[in-house]
Write a new protein. Structure first.
Length: 165
């Protein structure tokens, strides 16, 4: 099972200058709960945006840099290699960035999206979720409050099954 997990604004903005555009503590808690004890696949820039590797997860980093190394992480050079090093019987999480999300849309089974109810300028965007390919199966709204400057909605999408036999 391959799950894309992301937080994106209404205009699909993800980040700018390798930084997130918002601080949503409940979303961080949800991300940690879903991804802990799993393999997480990401691009090099996403990995480098962390102050340190995320605990209790196996990091698989995709980079074109042939000499890139990161302690206690698996380094590969394309998405196919990344998926091949992950256990076949476990959920694998694709955690970004924009180009990795784009490449993963074809192979993913599920999308766990936090839709942040704002439009912002960014240099990295989440790909369009096409209604003909994905079904929204769950939504949970979270209003803005003292810890969250923006309202957001957790959304779970599953890939529609092909009708080709």
């Amino acid at each position: 099972m391959i799950t894309i997990i992301a937080a994106a604004a209404e205009n699909n903005a993800l980040g700018k200058d390798n930084n997130l555009l918002w601080h949503l503590p409940d979303d961080f808690k949800r991300f940690k709960a879903l991804t802990s004890n799993h393999y997480i696949v990401m691009g090099r820039k996403t990995f480098e945006s962390f102050p340190k590797p995320l605990p209790n997860r196996t990091h698989v980093i995709i980079t074109r840099q042939k000499n890139f190394a990161a302690e206690n992480c698996v380094v590969v050079h394309n998405l196919k290699q990344a998926i091949s090093v992950c256990p076949k019987d476990e959920t694998v999480f694709i955690i970004g960035g924009g180009e990795i999300y784009k490449q993963s849309m074809e192979i993913a089974d599920t999308i766990e999206l936090t839709r942040v109810h704002i439009e912002l300028e960014a240099d990295t965007y989440f790909p369009e979720i096409k209604s003909g390919e994905w079904t929204l199966i769950h939504e949970e709204f979270h209003p803005k409050d003292e810890k969250h400057l923006h309202a957001f909605t957790y959304q779970t999408f599953v890939k529609k099954q092909s009708s080709i036999v």
